[in-house]
Design a binder for this molecule. Structure first.
Ligand code: ZN
Length: 445
């Protein structure tokens, strides 16, 4: 890698789109054959569908390969745990597994994820594309304030920094106060975190009498929540830290598949050299090639071996972006990042509601604090959405002007009416790493 190059891998990142597609098809076939030959889970899935790897020759054939989802993986690991604990999804001898991770299990039992050493290097390589595109260079001192544990989170970001040659400061078991002071003491230039945590750190810095914008952080890489692609939340983080904030989307079962580059085009590049991303129409299952139509991400990790990810139904809702990026990468982009999840876009009063749309509105009011809560309830035959917000101390007297403006903007952006509650500053729940601000209580009595 040449220091002056804007690209981590110039050949792949600027490859002519048609050649890139050919490369993807070739790698997809290899990945499928690998899964078929080495994993009993995948073989049985494909045999049931009457499909052999050599049958897949064209993109139409790719679209016919059965999808895998979280439920199938959970079921496979619950039914047969040998080789323990991964079961029949494992595609390498257990001795070759170098890394254990698990999903957070917010929707039930977690999925155990095995990676070989080669996979782990692949993870770091994926993250190098992300970080390099965001301006991470060997001169950076990167502070990583996360609990190094069984969740993949920023682990591979750590190794990618080392691979690039940055100086890495692991902020593992420190509390938030100690982390802020470490950033100050070491004059760190970059850091990584969930949007919730990055905003938390800014708040704690202010409580310590520091202005986070005066500290030396120049760039922040976010993951784990959509906030860094929600303009109002991104803006809050950027102003708080006086830094550029970049989004990236990834998952334990998939890998780090997309990134926002230094141009901040309001979209994420899909790393098409390492992943095949398909967008599937929610209703018809048709593969969407054109920009502007939303669907669910079906994704294949190219070259991941120990636990292959082949046409994984991620539940992420995305759409292709129209244009090309000023950075010169030919990797296609998804507009506005991951705009929702198929499992959390819910119908309220017959209208489709995405929690991200509420976040964009609330965070757009400087008078409101970072914290808010949405509660959906059934009241008799109808449904009620309560939005709880807090005025920041500097705007204590502004409820009369904020309330109608907030109501209008919510109506405009989400087509729904809200019952608004103003709570005293500091009284709504604070979240440490990932926030759960959307509470759907309609199934509870
Ligand atoms: Zn770009």
């Amino acid at each position: 890698m040449a220091l002056a190059s804007p690209y981590w891998n110039p050949l792949l990142e600027t490859m002519e789109p048609q050649r890139l597609r050919e490369l993807q098809l070739k790698k997809f076939k290899q990945t499928l054959a690998w899964a078929y030959e080495h994993s009993a889970f995948h073989r049985s899935l494909y045999q049931q569908a009457g499909l052999a790897p050599q049958d897949v020759k064209s993109w139409d054939d790719v679209a016919r390969v059965p999808k895998v989802d979280k439920a199938l993986l959970k079921q496979a690991q619950a039914q047969a745990q040998e080789p323990f604990p991964y079961g029949s999804v494992l595609s390498l001898p257990l001795e070759e597994v170098a890394e254990f991770r698990q999903t957070s299990g917010t929707t039930g039992k977690p999925i155990y994820q095995a990676d070989s050493w080669q996979d782990w290097e692949w993870w770091a390589e994926c993250w190098c594309y992300i970080l390099w595109s965001q301006g991470y260079r060997p001169s950076d001192r990167v502070f990583i304030p996360f609990g190094y544990n069984i969740f993949v989170a920023f682990w591979a970001g750590h190794y990618a920094c080392e691979k690039i040659g940055c100086e890495v400061v692991p902020g593992g078991v420190l509390d938030t106060k100690a982390r802020v002071l470490k950033v100050q003491e070491l004059e760190a230039t970059a850091m990584m975190g969930t949007p919730t945590y990055i905003l938390n750190m800014a708040r704690v810095a202010r409580e310590l009498g520091l202005d986070p914008a005066e500290l030396t952080i120049e760039r922040i890489t976010c993951a784990g929540e959509p906030g860094a692609s929600i303009p109002a939340t991104k803006d809050r983080m950027q102003r708080a830290w006086g830094a550029k904030v970049f989004d990236h989307a990834g998952a334990t079962e998939i890998g780090a598949w997309s990134f926002e580059c230094r141009e901040q085009p309001g979209a994420l590049h899909v790393n098409q050299a390492m992943f095949l991303a398909e967008i599937e129409d929610l209703a018809t299952g048709e593969i969407i090639e054109e920009p502007g139509r939303r669907g669910r991400l079906v994704i294949t990790a190219l070259d991941r071996q120990a636990q292959p990810c082949v046409r994984f139904d991620s539940q992420d809702i995305i759409e292709w972006d129209q244009g090309s990026c000023a950075c010169g990468r030919t990797f296609r982009m998804i507009k506005g990042g991951v705009v929702g999840r198929a499992d959390d876009i819910t119908k309220v009063k017959g209208v489709l509601l995405s929690p991200a749309a509420i976040e964009e509105v609330v965070r757009g009011f400087a008078e409101l604090s970072d914290d808010y809560e949405v509660v959906v309830q059934r009241v008799g035959d109808s449904e009620k959405i309560t939005l709880k917000v807090e005025l920041v101390p500097e705007a204590t007297g502004s409820r009369e002007s904020v309330e109608p403006a907030l109501r209008d903007r919510l109506r405009l952006n989400t087509n729904l009416g809200y019952h608004l509650e103003f709570h005293p500053f500091g009284t709504l729940p604070r979240y440490e790493v990932k926030a759960r601000r959307f509470k759907d209580l309609r199934d509870q009595h």
